[in-house]
Ligand binder design. Structure first.
Ligand SMILES: C[S@@+](CC[C@H](N)C(=O)[O-])C[C@H]1O[C@@H](n2cnc3c(N)ncnc32)[C@H](O)[C@@H]1O
Ligand code: SF4
Length: 461
C-alpha cells in the first residue's frame, strides 16, 4: 500500500466538522439500557462457541491530580486508601467474568488504562496481575500484547522494572507538552527528566513498544513551542507517537472550564501546528498510521498496516484482530460476539452491583447484520485506507455498490476533491484524504444519517 499523508489547508478547513472517532460502531451514543446482564451472558455463551482469543481491558480510574484538559474517565483524589476497596470489586468482577468464558481461550491482549494505573502500589499491581492469571489463561510474552498507560509523574525506573516482571511488554506515556507555560495552564507539571527516566527504563527492561502521547491545541501553544517539545521527543525515538487534537468540550468535562478560552490557540494556529508536526515526523522517518497515530516503519503496527492485518478497537490500533474484549472496572466497555456492553459509570453503582452479586454491565447494544457490515467497512477504511469491494461482498453476501449506493453518493464530492478514489473494485483514501478519514467513514454511518441537529462529537481536526 502506498503510504503517506498530505496536508491541504483549504480542504481541511472545508471539511472540518464534528465526528465520531469510531473506536466502536455503532458509537456509545447508541448504547441503551435494554442491554442488560442477561443479554451480556448470552453473548458470552455465543462467543465461547467461536473459541476466539480474548482481550481484557482494566480501568483504574484514580489520578493524584487533575489535568484540566482531561477528557478521560477519571477520579481525582490524593486518597490512596480508595484503591483497596476498588480492587476488591475488580477481583469480584474478574471472578464473575471468568466463569462466563472457557478457560481454554487465551488472553492475547491485556491493557491497563485510566486514570492512572500506577496510582496502585507495587504490591497492589502484583496482586492484580496474580488474580488475573488465576482466573484467565494469559498468552506467552512472545505472543501477548500486554500494555499499560503510564503517567511518568507516577512511575520511576523501579516501577518500570516491576511492570516488566509482572508481564507488561508495551507502554504508552502521557507527556502532552514540555513547555512550562502550557503545563501551568493545564495543571500538569512534568519534567523532561521524569519522562526520560521512564522511557529509558522501558527500553532497558525490554519493553517491545514505547509510545508517547502529545496533545496539540492546548493553551499558549504555538508552532515554535510545540516544535520544541516535538524535537525532544524525536531525540528519544519512541516507536510510536499519538498526537491528539485537544477536544475542548467544557460542557461535558468540568475541569476544562478552568482553561481560559482566550488562551487557546486560534484554529489557524492549530492547523499550522498539525501541519508542521506531520512534516517533521515524516522527515524523522515516522509513518502516519491514521487517526492521530504515527509509528516507525519497523513497528508492528506499520508492518500490520502494510500486510492488511491491522485492527482498531477501544484500545486503539492493534495487531490482534479477532479477539473478544472483556472490559473490567468502572465505565469499561466490552465487545463480545455481536455486542458492546458498558459497565456502570459511577463508582457507588459499580460497587453496589458487585456487592449484590450482579455483573455491573448496565447498557450496551446488540449489533444487527447491517451494523456488522458497516462496522467491517469502517474498520477497513480506518486501518488500511482502502477497501476491496470483492472481499466485503464475499464475506457478507452483498452487492457492494447496491448496498452502499447512498454512502457512495455521499463520497462523490470527496472524490471530486481528491480525498478518495472510487474505483470499480476498490475504495482508496488518498494522501489528501487521510487526515479526514473520519469524514469518509461518516458516509457509511447509518445512525448519523438518521440524526439531525448537533451530534456532540469532537472536531475532526
Ligand atoms: C486516558 S489518558 C491516560 C494517560 C495517563 N493518565 C497520563 O495522563 O499520563 C490517555 C491520553 O488521552 C489524551 N487526552 C486526554 N484528554 C484529552 C483531550 N481532552 N483531548 C485530546 N486528548 C486527550 C492524553 O494525551 C492522555 O495521555
Ligand atoms: S490526563 Fe491522565 S493524569 Fe491527567 S487527569 Fe487525565 S487520566 Fe489523569
Amino acid at each position: 500500500m502506498e503510504q503517506g499523508v498530505s496536508f491541504d489547508l483549504e480542504l481541511i478547513r472545508r471539511y472540518d466538522q464534528s465526528g465520531p472517532r469510531y473506536t466502536s460502531y455503532p458509537t456509545a451514543v447508541e448504547f441503551d439500557e435494554s442491554f442488560d446482564q442477561t443479554a451480556y451472558q448470552a453473548a458470552c455463551a455465543r462467543s465461547n462457541e467461536s473459541g476466539r482469543p480474548l482481550s481484557i481491558y482494566f480501568h483504574i480510574p484514580f489520578c493524584d491530580t487533575v489535568c484540566f484538559y482531561c477528557a478521560c474517565n477519571k477520579i481525582a483524589t490524593k486518597d490512596r486508601s480508595l484503591a483497596p476497596p476498588y480492587l476488591e470489586r475488580v477481583y469480584r468482577e474478574l471472578e464473575m467474568q471468568s466463569a462466563l468464558f472457557d478457560k481454554s481461550r487465551q488472553v492475547e491482549q491485556l491493557h491497563w488504562g485510566g486514570g492512572t494505573p500506577t496510582f496502585l502500589s507495587d504490591a497492589q499491581m502484583i496482586e492484580l496481575m496474580e488474580v488475573t492469571r488465576r482466573h484467565f489463561t494469559l498468552a506467552g510474552d512472545d505472543v501477548g500484547e500486554f500494555s499499560i498507560e503510564i503517567d511518568p509523574r507516577e512511575a520511576d525506573a523501579d516501577t518500570v522494572k516491576l511492570l516488566r516482571r509482572i508481564g507488561f511488554n508495551r507502554m504508552s506515556l502521557g507527556v502532552q507538552d514540555f513547555d512550562p507555560r502550557v503545563q501551568e495552564a493545564v495543571n500538569r507539571f512534568q519534567t523532561e527528566a521524569q519522562t526520560m527516566t521512564v522511557l529509558e527504563a522501558a527500553i532497558a527492561e525490554g519493553f517491545r513498544s514505547t509510545s508517547i502521547d502529545l496533545i496539540y491545541g492546548l493553551p499558549f501553544q504555538s508552532v515554535e513551542s510545540f516544535g520544541k517539545t516535538l524535537e525532544r521527543v524525536i531525540e528519544v525515538n519512541p516507536q510510536r507517537l499519538s498526537i491528539f487534537n485537544y477536544a475542548h468540550l467544557p460542557d461535558r468535562f468540568k475541569p476544562q472550564r478552568r482553561i481560559n478560552d482566550a488562551d487557546l490557540p486560534a484554529p489557524e494556529v492549530k492547523l499550522d501546528i498539525l501541519q508542521s508536526t506531520i512534516a517533521r515526523l515524516t522527515e524523522a522517518g515516522y509513518i502516519y498510521i491514521g487517526m492521530d497515530h504515527f509509528a516507525r516503519p519497523d513497528d508492528e503496527l506499520a508492518l500490520a498496516q502494510q500486510a492488511g492485518t491491522l485492527y482498531r478497537n477501544f484500545q486503539g490500533y492493534s495487531t490482534h484482530a479477532d479477539c473478544d474484549l472483556i472490559g473490567i472496572g468502572v465505565t469499561s466497555i466490552g465487545m463480545i460476539d455481536n455486542t458492546y456492553g458498558q459497565n456502570r459509570r459511577e463508582l457507588a453503582e459499580y460497587y453496589a452491583d458487585l456487592d449484590a452479586g450482579r455483573l455491573p454491565v448496565f447498557r450496551g447494544i446488540e449489533l444487527n447484520r447491517d451494523d456488522l457490515i458497516r462496522r467491517d467497512v469502517i474498520t477497513r477504511l480506518i486501518c488500511h485506507f482502502q477497501l476491496d469491494k470483492g472481499s466485503v461482498e464475499s464475506k457478507w453476501g452483498i452487492q457492494f455498490d447496491d448496498y452502499f449506493a447512498e454512502s457512495l453518493g455521499k463520497l462523490a464530492g470527496m472524490a471530486e476533491d481528491g480525498l478518495v478514489a472510487l474505483d470499480a473494485d476498490k475504495i482508496r483514501i488518498l494522501a489528501r484524504g487521510r487526515l479526514l478519514v473520519r469524514n469518509i467513514c461518516m458516509a457509511f454511518d447509518a445512525y448519523l444519517a438518521a440524526k439531525t441537529g448537533p451530534i456532540g462529537f469532537s472536531k475532526v481536526i
